[in-house]
Design a protein around this ligand. Structure first.
Ligand SMILES: Cc1cc2nc3c(=O)[nH]c(=O)nc-3n(C[C@H](O)[C@H](O)[C@H](O)COP(=O)(O)OP(=O)(O)OC[C@H]3O[C@@H](n4cnc5c(N)ncnc54)[C@H](O)[C@@H]3O)c2cc1C
Length: 446
């Protein structure tokens, strides 16, 4: 049997894979061959974040900042207009519409650059190694060979919040909210526990509300903090003069606080300060030692996350109104145990700030909204294990994600969330787009 050999294989056909595909198609003058390896055909182009058909789930970033093209900032807004969608540049568009935008834009790029050959292979990557000058990507039905491999596999699944196998196998315990048929399965009057109070939890609450949920919704997270909401953010370029210096996490947090005071005096807001700082975060992260990164993760991360990953104000208002009505109860604490008698879950959680003040809850559903786990947390991915064994990949020093291994192979490109340990911010469109541009343009100079 002969095996096809490609110039590029993109592993993962979500947002990151789509961005890489578009950039390769439009910037490579001579014909190339590309395969997109995607295990889930329903996720093609949209990935996890933009596949759900729930219009209550909106982007967390206004339309004007969601163009797929780094050099055409109004591309998404123009597409919305051309398609007759009633959204302007400042609107938070349903994620389902964004999924359609990605799909349409990839198709447009495929049509415009038809000199290239692109094949979609709906299989899961099971094993990755390098044999001679080529990468070998093993899937259930054979192997693909490639000159370049793009790892665009997205976030790792969340770590479980329960240990009891009976709970883990219970159909009403969801270890990953993005799996399966989704919230439509939850009867309206049932009680639900959401573990986590970040963007994923907000999504689940809004979707439950949109489908007319009447039962109690409990949310527990260590600090019980929601992300903060978007607001006015006039451009405020403040960090560039400081960027030549190395700032420890503590010094940086002091600097940021001072910058916020100054920004407010100058007509800006804290959001303007955070937005500008974001441009510099990969550089700051790269300068920090492992000890400083750990210090940041331990003490500052939760504060950074709520300021950095913001909610549309309307979403926050919905949450507040559900809290006021008593339907949504938000708690700060740590889950101690989750057990089940077969029909409901018995949950014990320790109230934040107390050593052993335990509260108890009985709920019919438990949905894990704690977000992606890091590579270090017992993650079992056979293809990653194989690539680690072959020296292609390794865990980053803090085990937040993966990074190139001892081979430092220039044909291996890592994009999107798995780069967290390397860049810290590697999840939003803005960062993935910039990384893809950098990787594709580096290819041209080889
Ligand atoms: C709910 C949510 C809302 C978000 N909202 C915004 C927003 O408003 N603005 C913004 O900028 N960012 C937002 N983000 C962040 C960002 O857009 C996503 O994290 C981004 O979609 C990441 O894309 P990805 O392609 O790297 O990962 P994914 O979308 O997860 O795609 C990875 C793909 O790889 C496939 N795959 C994985 N392993 C294998 C394998 N072994 N073999 C074959 N295929 C495999 C998966 O099936 C999947 O389709 C949001 C994220 C989430 C989760």
């Amino acid at each position: 049997m002969t095996h096809p050999k490609y110039d590029h294989v993109l592993v993962g056909g979500g947002l990151s894979g789509s961005l890489a595909l578009i950039e390769l198609l439009r910037t490579t003058p001579s014909p190339i061959s590309i395969a997109v390896l995607e295990e889930n055909p329903h996720r093609l182009f949209k990935g996890k974040a933009y596949s759900a058909e729930v219009s209550a789930q909106v982007l967390n970033v206004p339309a004007e900042r969601m163009s797929l093209y780094w050099d055409q900032s109004s591309h998404f807004v123009r597409w919305l207009e051309a398609e007759g969608h009633p959204y302007g540049p400042h609107d938070f568009v349903p994620r389902t519409v964004y999924g359609r935008y990605i799909t349409a834009t990839v198709h447009e790029a495929l049509n415009q650059h038809a000199q290239h050959s692109v094949r979609f292979v709906f299989q899961k990557l099971e094993h990755l190694s390098k044999e001679g000058a080529a990468f070998r990507l093993q899937v259930a039905q054979g192997s693909l060979w490639a000159q370049n491999v793009w790892i665009a596999t997205g976030n790792f699944s969340p770590a479980d919040v329960a240990t009891d196998p009976i709970v883990l196998n219970h159909p009403n315990y969801w270890s990953d909210p993005w799996r399966g048929a989704g919230l439509a399965l939850v009867p309206a009057a049932d009680s639900v526990l959401l573990v986590g109070t970040g963007l994923t939890m907000v999504d689940q609450v809004l979707a439950l509300e949109a489908q007319g949920h009447t039962g109690p919704i409990h949310a527990v997270s260590r600090r019980g903090m929601y992300p903060l909401s978007h607001g006015p953010a006039p451009a405020y370029n403040w960090f560039a003069p400081y960027s030549g210096q190395v700032w420890s996490p503590v010094e940086l947090s002091r600097l940021v606080r001072r910058a916020v005071v100054q920004a407010e005096a100058d007509g800006g807001t804290w959001i303007s300060v955070v937005n500008d700082l974001r441009e510099f975060t990969p550089g700051i992260w790269a300068q920090w030692s492992a000890a400083e990164r750990r210090q940041f993760l331990r003490h500052l991360r939760p504060y950074w996350e709520v300021h950095r990953h913001r909610l549309p104000a309307a979403s926050l208002e919905r949450l507040e109104s559900l809290e006021q009505s008593g339907q949504l109860k938000r708690n700060a604490g740590r889950i101690r145990t989750i057990s089940t008698d077969g029909s409901t879950f018995q949950v014990q959680w320790v109230v934040r700030g107390t050593a052993e003040h335990v509260e108890k809850l009985d709920v019919q559903w438990v949905i894990n909204c704690t977000g992606p786990q890091s590579f270090g947390k017992k993650l079992k991915e056979p293809w990653i294990d194989s690539a680690v064994l072959d020296g292609l990949l390794e865990s980053d020093p803090l085990a937040l994600g993966i990074q190139p291994g001892r081979r430092q192979d220039p044909g291996l490109h890592l994009i999107g969330p798995p780069r967290k340990g390397m860049d810290w911010e590697s999840t939003a469109l803005h960062e993935i787009r910039a990384r893809v541009k950098q990787e594709v343009h580096a290819l041209r100079s080889v």
